[in-house]
Design a protein around this ligand. Structure first.
Ligand code: ADP
Length: 621
C-alpha cells in the first residue's frame, strides 16, 4: 500500500466517522435535517474518495473512463447533500437557485451515462502517468472532452450562486454565530467548488497534466461543516446542562417564594389582568373559607359581598388603567366575603407586578375584625371613664349647682308668696299677680334647664357625634358654672367668633372638656386675691378648623410640665386625682383634635384644642 492509498483510505474513514456521529445526532433529534444532510455528504465524500483512488490507479483508458463515469454518482450525491445542508443549516438561500443547481447536476449525471465515455470525455485516448511525492504513481487522462460537461459547469455556477446568496443572507442577520457560520462554511464551500471545478476543467482540457485529486478539497468542506455542527451540538449540550441547572434553581426559588408567601401574616392573592385569582396563601384560605384549588381561577369580585361587587369590579378595572402600589382601605370600606356568608372588614394593599409582559396584581389583606373589636371596646371604656369623671366633677360642683338650682326656686317661692299676699289684699287687681306668675314660670324654666343639663351630663351613654355649633356648646356648659364662679369672684369673659362653621362632635363630652378646663382655670387662680379672670374663646383657625381656648390669670404651668400634665395621675393639688386633663385629651383626640397648654405672656395659662369642621352639612345642631 503506497501513501496515496493510505491517505485516501484515511480521508474516507475520517469523513465516514464524522458523518456517522451526526447520523446519531439526527437519530436523537429527527428535526435536525442539517445533520442528516451532513451524514449523506460525508458518506458520499468517503465513497468518492474510493472512486477517485480507482481513477488514479486505472491501468487503461477504458478502465479510467469507467471509473470516472461511476465517480460521478457520489459526486452528484455530494452536490445534492451540499444543497440540502446549506438549506437546512443556514435556513436561507433562494429555493429556485437550489432547485436549479440540483436539476443541472442530475441532468449532468444522466448525460454522464448517455453521452461519450463519461461526462468529461467523449473518449479517453491515452493515459499518462505522473509520479507524485514519495514515488507514488497516478494516472492522468488524455482524450477528447465531452461538450456536455458544460451542463455540470452551469450546475456548479448555480451551486456557487446559491451558497453565496445563502451565506450573505445569514451574514446579514448580524449575530456573531451566524456570521462565523456564513464565513467558515459558506466560504470553504465556495472555495472548494471553485477550486475543484476549475481543476477538473483544466485536467479535462489538458491544460494541466495531472491526476484528478478532489477528495482533499471535499474533506476540507466536510471538516469545516463538521466543526460547525459539532460546535452546535456542544453548545446545545451546554445549554441543556444550564437549563437543567436553572430548572433546579427555579424550583428552589419557587419553593423559597412559596415559603415567603406562606409566612406572611396577611392573606395574599395574586390576581391576573382579567381579575382571576392565580395564587393564594393559607391565610387567604382561612379568610375566604375556600381551599387553594377553589380560589384558583375564581373572579376576585366574587370574594367581596354582593352589594359591593359591581363597584369593586369597576374599581378593579380602573386600577388596571393606572396600576401602582396603593392601599385600598384608606379610601374605601372593604369587606372580605367568607364562603359561610360572613363578612370581615379588611385592609387591602395592592401592588402591580409585571411578568412576561402580563400584569398581575398582588393583593395583601389584613383582617381587621379583631382590631375593630378592640377599638370598639377602647371607645366604650373611654366613654365609661369620661362618665365617671363627669359624675365626680359634678359631685365636686354639687354645692354651687345646688345654689344654681336654689336661686330660681327661691325666687319662685318668694314670687308665689307675694302673689298670695297680693291676691288677699287686692283681689280686684290681677295684673300684678299675672306678672308674678310669669316670673314664676321663667324661674321654673331656669331650674328645669339646670336639671336638664345635669341630667344629660350624668347620663351614661355612648358618645354620639352630631353637627354642633361650638358657641352653643360653650354657652350651655358655662351656665352650670355661673354660681360657682360668682361665689369665688371670678369673672368669665366670652370671646366667641360669629358665624362659625359647624363641627362634628358629642355635645356632652365637649361640654365636659370645657367644664374641666374652666374649673382648672378657676382653681389655678384660687390663691389670687383679685383680677380673677377667665376668657373662653372660639375662633376659626388658619387651617380651617374651629379652636376653643380657655385662658386664665393664674400662675401658669411650669414649662417642664406643659406636656406631662396631660398624663394620667399627674396633679399638683392635694385633693386632685390628676385624671381631668388626661380624659379631656382623650376626648379631644376622639374628636380629631389635640389639647395643648401654653403659658400666657402676661401670666396664666391657656388650654386650647382645635376641632375639624364637619364636612357633611346637617341642620339639627
Ligand atoms: P387635677 O385637676 O385633678 O390635678 P388635671 O388633670 O385636671 O388633674 O390637672 C393636672 C394638673 O395640671 C393640675 O394638678 C395642675 O397642676 C395643672 N393645671 C391644670 N390646669 C391648669 C391651669 N389652668 N393653670 C395651671 N396649672 C394647671
Amino acid at each position: 500500500m503506497n501513501w496515496i492509498e493510505f491517505a485516501w483510505a484515511m480521508m474516507a474513514a475520517a469523513s465516514l466517522t464524522l458523518g456517522l456521529i451526526h447520523l446519531l445526532v439526527w437519530f436523537k433529534e429527527r428535526s435536525r435535517y442539517a445533520h442528516l444532510a451532513f451524514f449523506v455528504l460525508a458518506s458520499a465524500v468517503a465513497a468518492f474518495s474510493a472512486f477517485e483512488l480507482s481513477v488514479m490507479r486505472a491501468s487503461s483508458p477504458v478502465a479510467y473512463a469507467t471509473a470516472v463515469r461511476w465517480a460521478h454518482v457520489p459526486l452528484a450525491v455530494v452536490v445534492l447533500s451540499i444543497i440540502g445542508f446549506v438549506h437546512f443549516y443556514f435556513d436561507a438561500g433562494r429555493l429556485w437557485l437550489a432547485y436549479a443547481a440540483a436539476g443541472f447536476r442530475l441532468l449532468a449525471l444522466v448525460l454522464n451515462f448517455l453521452t461519450g465515455a463519461n461526462l468529461n470525455f467523449l473518449e479517453v485516448t491515452a493515459l499518462g502517468q505522473s509520479t507524485l511525492w514519495g514515488g507514488a504513481v497516478a494516472a492522468f487522462p488524455i482524450g477528447i472532452p465531452n461538450p456536455w460537461q458544460v451542463v455540470a459547469q452551469i450546475g456548479n455556477l448555480l451551486l456557487v450562486a446559491f451558497v453565496v446568496d445563502a451565506s450573505i443572507t445569514l451574514w446579514r442577520r448580524g449575530e456573531p454565530v451566524a456570521r462565523r457560520r456564513a464565513a467558515l462554511v459558506g466560504g470553504s464551500l465556495v472555495l472548494c467548488i471553485v477550486v475543484v471545478g476549475s481543476l477538473a476543467a483544466m485536467i479535462v482540457t489538458g491544460t494541466v497534466k495531472a491526476p484528478t485529486i478532489l477528495t482533499p478539497g471535499f474533506l476540507v468542506v466536510v471538516l469545516a461543516m463538521g466543526y460547525e455542527l459539532s460546535w452546535d451540538v456542544i453548545v446545545a449540550a451546554q445549554l441543556a446542562a444550564k437549563l437543567q441547572m436553572s430548572e433546579v434553581s427555579l424550583r428552589a426559588s419557587e419553593e423559597k417564594f412559596r415559603a415567603v408567601v406562606e409566612s406572611v401574616p396577611s392573606a395574599i392573592l395574586l390576581v391576573d389582568g382579567n381579575g382571576k385569582v392565580v395564587l393564594s396563601n393559607a391565610q387567604a384560605h382561612v379568610l375566604f373559607g375556600h381551599t387553594g384549588d377553589e380560589l384558583i381561577g375564581l373572579m376576585v369580585d366574587e370574594l367581596v359581598p354582593a352589594r359591593l361587587r359591581s363597584s369593586h369590579e369597576s374599581y378593579r378595572k380602573s386600577y388596571a388603567l393606572d396600576a401602582r402600589a396603593r392601599a385600598m382601605a384608606s379610601t374605601r370600606e372593604v369587606y372580605a366575603l367568607n364562603r359561610s356568608g360572613t363578612e370581615a372588614p379588611v385592609e387591602v394593599a395592592l401592588r402591580p407586578i409585571w411578568t412576561a409582559g402580563a400584569m398581575y396584581v398582588l393583593v395583601s389583606l389584613v383582617d381587621l375584625t379583631e382590631r375593630r373589636q378592640m377599638e370598639r371596646s377602647a371607645v366604650h371604656q373611654r366613654d365609661q371613664i369620661a362618665h365617671l369623671s363627669r359624675v365626680a366633677m359634678l359631685a365636686e360642683l354639687s354645692g354651687s349647682l345646688a345654689h344654681e338650682l336654689n336661686q330660681p326656686l327661691t325666687a319662685s317661692l318668694s314670687n308665689a308668696q307675694t302673689a298670695q299676699y297680693h291676691l288677699a289684699q287686692h283681689p280686684t287687681q290681677p295684673e300684678k299677680v299675672s306678672k308674678l306668675l310669669a316670673e314664676i314660670v321663667k324661674n321654673n324654666r331656669r331650674a328645669g334647664a339646670v336639671i336638664q343639663r345635669l341630667r344629660s351630663l350624668l347620663k351614661k351613654e355612648e358618645a354620639q357625634h352630631h353637627a354642633l355649633n361650638v358657641n352653643d356648646v360653650i354657652r350651655d356648659a358655662l351656665r352650670l358654672l355661673h354660681s360657682d364662679l360668682l361665689s369665688r369672684q371670678v369673672t368669665m369673659d366670652l370671646d366667641l367668633a360669629e358665624a362659625l362653621p359647624q363641627v362634628d362632635g358629642d355635645r356632652v363630652q365637649l361640654q365636659q372638656v370645657l367644664l374641666n378646663l374652666v374649673i382648672n382655670a378657676r382653681e389655678a387662680m384660687d390663691d389670687r386675691k383679685e383680677n380673677r379672670r377667665i376668657v373662653v374663646c372660639s375662633r376659626l383657625t388658619e387651617r380651617g378648623g374651629v379652636e376653643i381656648s380657655v385662658a386664665d390669670d393664674g400662675d401658669g404651668v411650669p414649662p417642664q410640665d406643659l406636656e406631662r400634665i396631660f398624663e394620667a395621675f399627674v396633679t399638683t393639688k392635694s385633693h386632685g386625682m390628676g385624671l381631668g386633663l388626661a380624659i379631656c385629651q382623650s376626648i379631644a383626640e376622639a374628636h380629631g383634635g389635640r389639647l395643648v397648654a401654653t403659658n400666657n405672656a402676661g401670666g396664666g395659662a391657656t388650654f386650647r384644642f382645635e376641632l375639624p369642621v364637619r364636612t357633611a352639612p346637617e341642620s339639627n345642631a
